[in-house]
Design a protein around this ligand. Structure first.
Ligand code: G3P
Length: 214
């Protein structure tokens, strides 16, 4: 499972760069970390990672989405254009994909949207599992359903678990066959931690020091 970091924080990307293949952003993330100079920040992020960097359009109609997507894709060949799973977004996905621009279909909340994204040639589809949980639904069930549909249909679109809220989402996404996940730095940090690991290190260290003294 490919791991993406869901942030535009350069410190966090640098800190975790050995464990991630790329980065995903969205307009909220860009507003929080990138001030106005989005092109510059995205360029720096592209230099730090080996894989895709997803950048989202803010336009809502087909023509503007295509124009915006083409402009941003020209910034760097690692850029993957994020488009919402709407009628216009899916149409733009089809157009950009057919013209060699990688796309990541975002704000996906149903298998129908994911199936259409695959039919339109999306490189990635991003079901928002956390936001579905917040809405009283089961985000991981959607992930499983899309995984099955993609397996049955033999689609090449990669299933990217997004809106990840806890370590269980991380583990279950892998169990359910997600090809990729995007994870906030705060949750990735927790994936390294286990109290028995800390306790074990302390015991080993104390035992070793005792043996030196003895
Ligand atoms: O990648 C999608 C993600 O950025 C959305 O996460 O936590 O805002 O639902 P969240």
């Amino acid at each position: 499972m490919e791991i993406f970091l869901d942030t535009a924080n350069l410190y966090d990307i640098s800190h975790y760069r050995d464990f991630i293949c790329g980065v995903t952003t969205n307009p909220t993330i860009m507003a929080a970390y990138a001030a106005d100079d989005h092109k510059n920040i995205i360029g720096q992020i592209c230099d730090m990672v080996i894989g895709h960097v997803s950048v989202e359009v803010i336009s809502e109609n087909f023509n503007d989405m295509v124009r915006e997507g083409q402009e941003m894709a020209a910034w760097n060949n690692k850029i993957c254009i994020k488009l919402p799973c709407t009628f216009d977004g899916l149409k733009a996905c089809r157009h950009l994909s057919a013209n060699g621009i990688a796309t990541n279909m975002t704000l996906c909340f149903s298998s129908a949207q994911a199936l259409l994204a695959a039919r339109c040639g999306a490189a990635y589809v991003s079901p928002f599992i956390g936001r579905l949980d917040d809405d009283g639904c089961d985000g991981l069930s959607l992930l499983e359903e899309i995984s099955d549909i993609y397996d049955i249909g033999g689609y090449e679109t990669k299933l990217l678990a997004a809106s990840v809220r806890n370590v269980n989402h991380f583990i279950q996404s892998a169990m359910l066959g997600a090809d990729a996940i995007t994870i906030p730095p705060s949750i990735l940090k927790q994936c390294f931690e286990h109290h028995l690991t800390e306790k074990g290190i302390k015991i080993f260290s104390e035992d070793f020091r005792k043996s030196i003294k003895g």
